[in-house]
Write a protein that binds this ligand. Structure first.
Ligand code: AMP
Length: 497
């Protein structure tokens, strides 16, 4: 079916043609007619489904030009990157219309944003914190809002924006069209939707279990200490052209990027501690191919909209299976095929089980020289026996639903919140980042790699490592000595087991 059937105005059709779109995606087909009819909508859809155009096009069509300009549309997004990308969509789909928009987010000087708004904009795309800030300073008024979009609502809640969102909603006019998108539906998301929407149309596209089907997924059982080696070996393969690597923590993302750079692989890291400019630069270098690998944490990766990512590598498995679906969805964008590699260490084994349950399929196990039977046969952290002298504490930590409620997340796992951003006792768990291999081979390392290893072993407190009772304890292969350097020309072999 073509876009013609959607009755879009010529200016929008022209912009769509310019983008090279020929057929509407399922979410566009399902939502555009109802949104053009002025209905509220709740859409369950992930990024990569074309959901941005699904709400931007009808809003642009329904919005009336007024002079002087007043802000009639407000879009809230959880991250600066996503806000910027939605802003870009308003620019490209609205190229042949006269509307002006501003993108508002924190972490940068507010001056230019205030300047832009004071000249009059029809559309504001914002992250909640900065928007509230400017509203409280009297720089932004929401009294003329007619269209309100809450994008990636589940992430908003995960990131703790609920109070900001509630405050913003209270300042919106009663009479408005509200559009609500979320990748997943939970009780909290549903409650927020109810607060926001009036008799909404419900639309769900590509349930999670099916969107991932077109992605070739592989799992590598590996000890924590061999993950960097495995990563390096994989990245030597020529067909890995543009690779997004997910790390569970910000400092870990930094270290992986440094390690790759030291081994002559162009890489950078993107996470919440980086300045906005550094994030923009990393993204743009990745887009243009100046760097081959972008190492990201979950939150920073939200809104990364790059079409030709060849591979997603989960250096650390996420503790929330939905995040796995989000992550691998970064490849296979816009109908393309994609590949994902996931590293699973012993203490991540139960997360793999959760993922396979959610996607309702077994992920292909790869054979490789760093394969760990221990990891393969482990039960994972939630199956750990409870140390006798520490039952109260262990009980809490061993109960995954408690962990989620308390916000205690395993540092190795991505979480909906960047782990480094909230202190948790779990953060003291040991990190084994190549430490198994560092002894006796330091002469071959260059300086930064050495530092990388040292830092990791320093930050390894030990309490959890001592437990011989742990069923998930890893046992590194000892005898084989491997070079840490990418110039090493050993042939890599990866095949299905
Ligand atoms: P989104 O889910 O909004 O992040 O969009 C994912 C990607 O799909 C973006 O790169 C869009 O440019 C692209 N896209 C959106 N709609 C279409 C379409 N109808 N045909 C082809 N690509 C599209």
């Amino acid at each position: 079916m073509s876009f013609k059937k959607l009755n879009l105005i010529p200016a929008l059709e022209k912009a769509i043609t310019k983008q090279g779109y020929t057929t509407p995606t399922p979410i566009q087909l399902k939502s555009i007619p109802d949104l053009l009819a002025g209905k509220d909508l709740i859409g369950i859809a992930q990024t990569g489904t074309g959901k941005t155009a699904a709400f931007v096009l009808p809003i642009l069509q329904r919005m009336k030009e007024t002079y002087p300009r007043v802000t009639k549309t407000l879009v809230l997004a959880p991250t600066r990157e996503l806000a910027a990308q939605i802003g870009e969509s308003f620019s490209s789909y609205g190229e042949f219309l006269k509307f002006k928009h501003a993108v508002i987010f924190g972490g940068v000087n507010q001056g230019p944003q205030i300047n832009q708004i004071s000249k009059g904009v029809d559309i504001i795309v914002a992250t909640p914190g900065r928007l509230l800030d400017l509203m409280n300073q009297g720089k932004i008024s929401l009294k003329d809002i007619e269209f309100f979009v809450l994008d990636e609502a589940d992430r908003m809640l995960d990131m703790g924006f609920i109070h900001d969102i509630k405050k913003i909603i209270l300042r919106l006019p009663e009479k408005r069209q509200s559009i609500f998108f979320s990748a997943t539906m939970s009780r909290e998301v549903n409650e927020l939707a109810k607060r926001l929407l009036k008799s909404p149309v419900h639309i769900e596209v590509a349930p999670q279990a099916t969107t991932v089907e077109k992605i070739k997924q592989h799992i590598f059982f590996v000890d924590q200490g061999s993950k960097t080696q495995l990563l390096l070996e994989l990245l030597k393969q020529k067909h890995l052209t543009k690779v997004l690597v997910f790390a569970g923590m910000k400092h870990r993302a930094n270290k992986i990027a440094l390690f790759l750079e030291d081994n002559n692989i162009r890489a950078d890291a993107i996470h919440g501690n980086k300045t906005q400019n550094a994030r923009i630069k990393a993204l743009s270098d990745f887009k243009t191919g100046k760097i081959k690998v972008l190492v990201a944490t979950d939150i920073a990766a939200r809104g990364i909209d790059i079409d030709d990512i060849s591979h997603v590598i989960n250096f650390d498995l996420p503790n929330e299976p939905e995040s796995y679906v989000h992550r691998i969805g970064r490849t296979a964008r816009a109908g393309e095929e994609g590949t994902s590699y996931s590293f699973c260490a012993a203490d991540e084994r139960d997360f793999l089980r959760d993922i396979e349950k959610l996607i309702r399929m077994k992920i292909d196990v790869m054979d490789h020289e760093f394969h760990s039977e221990t990891a393969k046969n482990a039960e994972g952290i939630s199956a750990r026996p409870i140390p006798r002298n520490n039952r109260g504490r262990a009980n809490r930590f061993n109960n995954r639903s408690n962990n989620r409620r308390l916000g205690n997340r395993h540092p190795n796992r991505s979480s909906t919140r960047e782990v480094g951003s909230r202190p948790s006792r779990f953060n003291n768990r040991p990190r084994t980042f190549n430490n198994n291999r560092s002894e006796g081979r330091s002469r071959g390392f260059n300086t930064r790699s050495e530092r990388f290893n040292q830092e990791d072993s320093e930050e390894r407190p030990s309490r959890f490592n001592n437990g011989s009772r742990s069923r998930t304890k890893t046992s590194p292969r000892k005898s084989k000595s491997r070079s840490f350097n990418s110039r090493d020309s050993r042939k890599s072999s990866f095949r299905r087991r």
